[in-house]
Design a protein around this ligand. Sequence first.
Ligand SMILES: Cc1ncc(COP(=O)(O)O)c(C=O)c1O
Ligand SMILES: N[C@@H](CCOP(=O)(O)O)C(=O)O
Length: 528
Amino acid sequence: MASSSVFHPSLSSLAAKRTVSYPNPTTKRHTSSLSVTCTSSTFDPTTNNSSPPAQQPPPPIRTRAADENIRDEARRHRPTPHNFSAKYVPFNSGFASPESYSLDEIVYRSRSGGLLDVQHDMEALAKFDGAYWRRLFDSRVGRTTWPYGSGVWSKKEWVLPEIDDDDIVSAFEGNSNLFWAERFGKQFLGMNDLWVKHCGISHTGSFKDLGMTVLISQVNRLRKLKRPVVGVGCASTGDTSAALSAYCASAGIPSIVFLPANKISMAQLVQPIANGAFVLSIDTDFDGCMKLIREVTAELPIYLANSLNSLRLEGQKTAAIEILQQFDWEVPDWVIVPGGNLGNIYAFYKGFKMCQELGLVDRIPRLVCAQAANANPLYLYYKSGWKDFKPVRANTTFASAIQIGDPVSIDRAVYALRNCDGIVEEATEEELMDAMAQADSTGMFICPHTGVALTALNKLRKSGVIGAGDRTVVVSTAHGLKFTQSKIDYHSKAIPELACRFANPPTEVKAEFGAVMDVLHEFLKSKK
Ligand SMILES: Cc1ncc(COP(=O)(O)O)c(C=O)c1O
Ligand SMILES: N[C@@H](CCOP(=O)(O)O)C(=O)O
C-alpha cells in the first residue's frame, strides 16, 4: 500500500511529544537509567596484569587545561598498551580460523563468497573478569572524555581495540535512553515491565549511528594508511544514508548514497543532501540499489558502508550491552527488534552473547525479529522451519526503512535466532499503523518500524508466549519525526485501505467564543 501523499493542511501543526527516561518504581528488580557507579573515565585494562584489578578503586577524574581540547587531552593520556585484537574471519568460524584478514584490509566477503565477522581475541578479553568489565563500562558513562563519551567507544576494547583514539570519528552516539513504557504496557498489553530502548534519539535519528561511527573511524584510519579509499558508499532506505553522510561530512570524507527513488521519507532524503553527500536517486527498490552498490564498490575505490560490512555490527552490538548496563546488568526476558537487511538482529545477539561469554551476565534474552508482512522473507523462512529461504519482492510499506526483500544478513539472523530460541513475527500495514497510533497516544512518538515491533509484542502477548510479568524491551530504531507523513496520513484518515481506528484529527472551529465553548463542552462530556 502506498503511503498516501494527501496532506491535510490543518494537520501540519501536529506537535511532536518527547519521550522521557525514568526508573520503574514498581518492579521488584531495581533498575535505573545509565547509572554512573564510578567516577573515572580513564580506567584502562592491561593484559600485563595476571590478577585483574576488579576491586581496585577508580583513579581520579581527569582535569583538562582551559586551552586543551578533548582530543589533545586523550593524546596526553595515552592508554596503557594491551593485547586485545580483532580480525575478520568467515562468519561463524572462530578466532583460530585458517582464513582471516586484518581489519586494515578492504574485504567484505570470505573466499567462498560467504559473510565475514569481526572476531575478537576472546582469550585476551577473558583475562579480565565480568565484574571488571562491568565496572570499566559503568565508569565511562556520562563523560565527555574522548572517545569514551560515546556509548560505542565506551566499549572500545570490545569494538575496535586497536584503533588509535585520534582516528576515531564520533558524535558521542549511543547512551540512548531506555524508558519504562508504563501506560502503553498496562493499558494495551497488561504488562508492568515493558521498556523501550530509544535508539532513534541519536545524532541522525536512528540506530545506524552506532555502526557508522565504527566504520567511518576505520575508513579514516585506512585513508591515513594510504589505502585506496576515495569515498564511502551505501544503498539505503534512508537511515544508513543519513548516518553515512553525517559521519563522512564530520571527517571530511566524500560520501555517495544510492537511494530508491520515491521510496524514502522527505526527512530522510534531505539528510544526505544537507550533509553534502553525492546522492543518486535510482529508479529501483532497495534490493536493486544494494545490488548496484556491491557491483560499484567492487570496481571503484569506494568503501562499502552497508551492514554487509561486518565492521558496522561492532558498533550496533553496543546497544545490547547498554541495555544490560541500564538494567544494572540484569538480563531482560525478551528483546524485540524490527528487521530489514537483518544486520541488527545479529548485532544484538552478538552484544548479549559477548556479555555472557565474558561473565558480565549469566544468560541472554530471547530475541524476536519483527518484519512488515509486505517485506517478510525472514518470517516466511522461519515459518518453513528454516527449510526454504526465498528472497521476496518487497511491497510498499509504511515501515519503509525495512522494505527489503533480499536481506544481506539472512545467515547472521538465522544464526542469532536459532541460538537464543528466537521468534519471528510479522505485522500488516493496519496492525503496524494502529500500534504506532496507540503508542503515540500514550506519549511516545514512534516510527512505523517500532510499530512493527509493538505488533509482534501484541501478538506474542495474546498467544501467551510473552507473559504479563516478563521484562520486555522493544527496540525503537528511528525517531518518529523522520516519518511524520505516515502519521499525517493516518490521522487524516487519508489511507483508503485502512480504517485508521485511532485517528485523532483536529476539530475545525470558527474563531468565536461560543463555537469554541460548544466544542469544549462536548469534549469534556466525552471525557466524563
Ligand atoms: C528504522 C529502521 N528500523 C529497522 C531497520 C532494520 O535493521 P536491519 O536492516 O539491520 O535489519 C532499519 C534498516 O534496515 C531501519 O532503518
Ligand atoms: N534500513 C537501512 C537498510 C540498509 O541496511 P544496512 O544496515 O545494511 O545499511 C537503511 O536505512 O538504509
